[in-house]
Design a protein around this ligand. Structure first.
Ligand code: XMP
Length: 529
């Protein structure tokens, strides 16, 4: 998206992906220093690189080895652009091998913490060696550079990587064997900032205020006087799209909030409240929200269905039906807004070598644009989740909404095991609300990545007072994770869990027992279905 006031994309870095699990992290670090960047597969063409017009190029790490024939190589044109190039790990090795150096399999592999020592003055490394001549870094490599290409000097070494950092000061080519993008490398972010801002000469225009301003002018230019419809779920992405579009086009936006009977307690009211707060004080335009109570429609279609995938399909298809029906009642809508974010875009464009890319299917409005012949508007398409959060806060959305745990599209439908019954949903909502309320009260909510209750329709005996209880079971699930691909069960304090369990059993008569889930992912998934 190009802004009309200032082009905050003009100074940009190109990140070539060789399949590292850290490629997106590199991009996030670059963005954190205020510089726009995009990730492309390593096999992008010379014409595409030229058209992108980078102020600098970063070559990611990757799982392959340059010591074998048909592994990824850097497009030759990268070395002919006349801009600084930074190779990280595999990127360094590929650069060394392609420019005439030598890379060999290391007798000793280095994984995890290592120390590097300064070998020569380096503009790139100056920020990390500012206060020490030996620095802790994060390594993950089996190969190493054994001989540098002509024109390069060695600027740092480690025990098992004599060329832990090399550079050609003339051509501004830099290579580091360690990973400056991970937080375990001391001052790694300062190294990336030195590269992006000083060596590549980017000014740092990429910040929340400019992103918002740019997105607003792009949206206005794109939709003109047209009307836009948005499915508002209460999640971070759709909420930020709503706030952004409300500010850009005001009354031309209508949000449809579908209550499918599988939402959390007070969800619909809380979403409205979040916007009424954010929209107040004349800071944002009034938000048009149509709340559709479709609980009966969803729950009757789910009656008797116990297979998780069948439930997901029914919930997804019913959403599309309801949304389409409501949107058609609005006159002359031309656009459908979606909260697609940059990682979704990268994942769907993953190259043939993109081994680090795992595709998750959690699009709640799948199929809608085609069915409704609407044009798509995706104002968050180039943003990472942390950037979406930042602009959400900048737009005045409440922090509690911005930092909310993710909630799956099928909602409680995949947290009630087997058949979904309205009475089960009611009980689960209450139990979940107690768990979340207690997490917030104990300041634990933001320390876990996702927490929720699960309804187990198995009968278990309990005793309350003198009475015997024979009721269902609630499981509590809380995980810590960075990317939701792997997760560790959260080690919540025992007395905290005890307090939650007591409240649930005492306050909800339909529950006789509470259990805590101690499974990590893999092999267990985060959701129970
Ligand atoms: P799993 O259970 O696969 O969950 O470990 C990983 C993350 O994805 C969420 N999730 C979903 N989100 N539709 C969604 O929109 C789904 O069908 C779905 N299944 C899982 C889950 O809540 C967790 O954050």
């Amino acid at each position: 998206m190009q802004g009309t006031l200032r082009d905050i994309h003009a100074q940009r870095l190109l990140i070539l992906d060789f399949g590292s699990q850290y490629t997106q992290l590199i991009a996030r670090r670059v963005r954190e220093c205020g510089v726009y960047c995009e990730i492309y597969p390593f096999d992008i063409t010379a014409a595409e690189i030229a058209e992108f017009g980078p102020a600098g190029v970063i070559l990611s790490g990757g799982p392959e080895t340059v010591t074998e024939g048909a592994t990824p190589r850097i497009p030759q044109s990268v070395f002919e652009l006349g801009v600084p190039v930074l190779g990280i790990c595999y990127g360094l090795q590929a650069m060394a091998a392609q420019l005439g150096g030598e890379v060999v399999a290391s007798e000793l592999r280095e994984f995890g913490h290592a120390q590097i020592n300064s070998e020569a003055n380096s503009n790139l490394l100056a920020p990390i060696f500012a206060s020490a001549s030996a620095v802790d870094v994060w390594m993950s490599h089996g190969d190493k550079v054994a001989a540098m290409p002509a024109g390069f000097v060695c600027t740092a070494s480690s025990a098992n990587a004599p060329y832990a950092a090399i550079e050609d000061p003339q051509r501004q080519f830099f290579g580091v064997q360690f990973h400056p993008e991970v937080t375990h490398t001391d001052n790694g972010e300062a190294l990336i900032k030195r590269f992006a801002r000083e060596l590549c000469g980017c000014q740092g225009d990429w910040n929340a205020a400019n992103i918002v301003e740019d997105a607003i002018s792009s949206v206005r230019a794109l939709v003109g006087k047209d009307k836009v419809v948005l499915g508002l779920s209460g999640g971070v992405d759709s909420s930020v799209v709503a706030a952004l579009l409300a500010r850009a086009i005001g009354e031309q936006l209508t949000c449809i909030f579908v209550d499918n009977g599988l939402l959390r307690k007070n969800e619909s009211a809380e979403v409205r409240a979040a916007f009424s707060g954010a929209m107040g004080e004349g800071s944002l335009a009034e938000l048009n929200i149509i709340t559709v109570n479709a609980q009966g429609e969803f729950l009757s279609k789910l009656a008797g269905v116990d297979d998780p995938e069948a439930k997901r399909k029914i919930i997804g298809a019913t959403f599309v039906d309801v949304f389409e029906r409501e949107a058609k009642k609005l006159n002359d809508v031309n656009w459908l807004a979606q909260g697609t974010i940059y990682p979704d875009v990268i994942e769907s464009a993953a190259s043939k070598y993109g081994k680090a890319h795992v595709i998750k299917s959690h699009h709640n409005v799948g199929g809608l644009p085609e069915r409704m012949t609407l044009a798509l508007i995706e104002p968050l398409r180039e943003l990472f989740k942390d950037e979406v959060r930042k602009i959400g806060l900048h737009l005045g959305l409440p922090p509690s909404l911005i930092h909310r745990h993710p909630f799956p599209g099928p909602g409680l439908g995949v947290r009630i095991l087997g058949e979904v019954k309205p009475s089960y949903a009611e009980v689960l909502r209450d139990a979940d609300a107690i768990f979340i309320e207690e997490l917030r009260r104990a300041d634990l909510y933001e320390q876990v990545s996702q927490a929720f209750a699960v309804y187990l329709p198995v009968k278990s005996v309990g005793v309350v007072g003198d009475a015997r209880r024979y009721e269902h079971v609630i499981a509590l699930r809380a995980v810590e994770t960075i990317d939701f691909m792997t997760a560790r069960w959260a080690h919540l304090p025992y007395d905290f869990i005890e307090g939650v369990s007591n409240r649930i059993i005492n306050e909800i008569s339909a529950v006789s027992r509470v259990v805590y889930d101690v499974s990590s992912k893999p092999p267990a998934t985060i959701e129970w279905e």
